[in-house]
Design a protein around this ligand. Sequence first.
Ligand SMILES: Cc1cc2nc3c(=O)[nH]c(=O)nc-3n(C[C@H](O)[C@H](O)[C@H](O)COP(=O)(O)OP(=O)(O)OC[C@H]3O[C@@H](n4cnc5c(N)ncnc54)[C@H](O)[C@@H]3O)c2cc1C
Length: 385
Amino acid sequence: MDYELPEELRMLQETVRRFVDRELIPIERETMEGPKLKPEAQEMLEEKAKAVGLWLYDVPEEYGGQGLGLLARAVVWAELARTIALPSRNVNIFGPIVSPILYFLNDEQKQRYLYPVLEGKLRHCFAQTEPDAGGDPGNMRTTAVRDGDDYIINGTKRFITGAADADFAQVIAATDREKGSRGGISAFLVDMDTPGVNLLRAQETMMHDRPWEIAFEDVRVPSENMIGGEGDGFKFAQNWISAGRIRHGARGIGVIERCLELGASYAKQRSTFGSPLAERQSVQWMLVDSYADLHMLKLMVYAAASKHDDGGDIRYDSYIVKYFGDTKSFEAADKCMQIHGGLGLTTDLPIEHMWRDQRSFIITEGPTEILKMALSRHVLRQYGD
Ligand SMILES: Cc1cc2nc3c(=O)[nH]c(=O)nc-3n(C[C@H](O)[C@H](O)[C@H](O)COP(=O)(O)OP(=O)(O)OC[C@H]3O[C@@H](n4cnc5c(N)ncnc54)[C@H](O)[C@@H]3O)c2cc1C
């Protein structure tokens, strides 16, 4: 793996960096209202994203987007993560958010769901997690039971991002609880106004996010709303989450870089006991540790994304990228906070925001321990007699 990005990706990187430095960082404490961008910030930033040539950068070309590969998208994600101006989950200034699962729909489903999403007419959410099954979705209790030409869905989903704004949900439910993740989990397109779908409450979190709890009570869904075949749901959900893990690593790159920029600048300016902090070995080592982590993370993310773009299987690479990226970027934010002393705890700087977000990512979309559990099987298969 060549550490240098290809020329066209270096240009893309510079474009996004300029956009972040000029348009986002100067207003990064003014753009958000709760978990969303303020409407005026949304409108203004969409126009700027179009002007800079990033509109629909992650949508495949056959659907009218730019069809950037995973390495190119990772470059964009890394640069965007240098600012807290945008939501850390569900960034939508580059066009509508399109769950990659929707590209697997059949033609008739695409007409009803994918194209309206691409046109900005419909919004969706992804409902897998439950009160009793999060990191272990194979054990989910929400069931979809066949009844003639329909399925009847019953259960409760928790922590569902964007549920209140969604027109439909991609619901992951058990069609055979005994089989669980081995062919017993299916995926459905469920309109949010279907009788029996009830938003229960938004959960406050230590971040900006306000995910929802949703009850499904005897929700009747036609069988043509199943994505793929019966038992394919786990595969679709995991596929979506796998690609998302590279995003976590890329995000970590941007966070560590910003923390290095802030930490090094402050260490040079701030003197205690007659010397700048930058001359203290304990402070230097904090910066050096973050720098080394940044270097390793870049290599991991670029290698995994390139392998994916070349058609390789990155399941295990993506586990490593996610847990390393989330953990090391959280540590970098923590070190940056320490270097800044009391100032690091204030909302004058973006550090506390990054610290809270990065801490949350160590849990969401696959807690570190569960990723390591899956990796340990791979390691034990590969090494030893
Ligand atoms: C802000 C936010 C947004 C979210 N958005 C969505 C969404 O849109 N859609 C959706 O479906 N879900 C969403 N989630 C859910 C999220 O992905 C889950 O919270 C996450 O997967 C962990 O599941 P859990 O909370 O049930 O933890 P559990 O699976 O109960 O795990 C709890 C803890 O136990 C430990 N643990 C678990 N298993 C093991 C093991 N085998 N070995 C060792 N330790 C273990 C880990 O430390 C873990 O953190 C969201 C969550 C949040 C907070």
